[in-house]
Design a protein around this ligand. Sequence first.
Ligand SMILES: Nc1ncnc2c1ncn2[C@@H]1O[C@H](COP(=O)(O)OP(=O)(O)OP(=O)(O)O)[C@@H](O)[C@H]1O
Ligand SMILES: [Mg+2]
Length: 396
Amino acid sequence: MEEREEAYQRKERASLVAIVVLACLAVSSLFVAFSYYCYIRNKVSKRHRINKKFNCEEKGDCQDGKQEVTDKEMHVFTFKQLHSATCGFSKSNVVGHGGGFGLVYRGVLNDGRKVAIKFMDNNAGKQGGEEFKMEVELLSRLRSPYLLSLLGYCSDNSHKLLVYEFMANGGLQKHLYPIIRSGSVPLRLDWETRMRIALEAAKGLEYLHEQVSPPVIHRDFKSSNVLLDRDFHAKVSDFGLAKVGSDKAGGHVSTRVLGTQGYVAPEYALTGHLTTKSDVYSYGIVLLELLTGRVPVDMKRATGEGVLVSWALPQLAERDKVVDVMDPTLEGQYSTKEVVQVAAIAAMCVQEEADYRPLMADVVKSLVPLVRSRGSGSKLSGCSPNSPGKASVGSQ
Ligand SMILES: Nc1ncnc2c1ncn2[C@@H]1O[C@H](COP(=O)(O)OP(=O)(O)OP(=O)(O)O)[C@@H](O)[C@H]1O
Ligand SMILES: [Mg+2]
């Protein structure tokens, strides 16, 4: 009798344990399912927030002041369309010989829009293909008045072409170091225009670094990638080498070193650690070009003057010496106070220690008071606005 009762109690205990275990399992499965649901919900709403952020710039109704865009519909052109837009890629329509990508042609689309068409060189190889992809992917997401717009592309088995808005005055570098043709007056940008270009280019980088999440590092910021429209307003171009940066404050991405000699930040050249501060360094070099009218590296210059940054930096901090580094063609157009301020910004941007370089937002804030708001008048010194010289520059 007792034995039967004991067995009965044992069975009862076992069933109780089984029920408790099952209940625990059920609760933990519910918990796992709920956590997974929360994780997915969080992910979806994060994506939604990012998309919303991009949307808002396009509509111009951002409440937090950030500019945001949607994925733009990229027009896909046929090779035939671009062939006819450039009169069969005629030599007379070539407006630029790119460093690595290929020739740049001026063209007119069927609807009358003027465009610039970059024709990828067949020798551009894998790197060229990657740059093409990055340019299309990024520019279909980013939109700012300070970035060059990509209107569309053509990609078939044998051709890769990019179609951009046309910038009538081409790259900044050719206005800083104009080729003096016999009989023609060299065209130089005046001080006010240089300051406005500096500000607009800074706004382009500020957008990439601070108004896009995660930030975008341009990686090839240089004077030939700052393009000028017919009124000499500036836009940043060439995103083929761009890299999506780290979301963490001060975070870096490790990558192989690409860019252009004379513009690459020292820490990036040495370690491959890339941050938005690498772009700030390159921006500082362009600011030095605007101030001095000198190319970043030219070993044919006098001893000690070959590398622009090494020559200029010690003089930027000294009020008496700073005027000595200035482009001689700017004589009399600026006040020493203004030059000292811009020289200080340039000096901060090209500091060896990346952490001490300013944010692009700080650069923008410092430049704003130096740019007087005025209409787009003559942007060149050495010629009248309607001189043949200007027409030849603007007609590209
Ligand atoms: N959208 C455009 N509108 C007008 N001219 C342009 C345009 N894009 C490029 N160009 C002209 O073509 C030139 C070459 O541009 P490209 O970007 O191919 O080469 P780069 O900037 O000199 O060198 P890299 O290939 O290293 O960027 C520019 O300097 C500019 O004069
Ligand atoms: Mg370029």
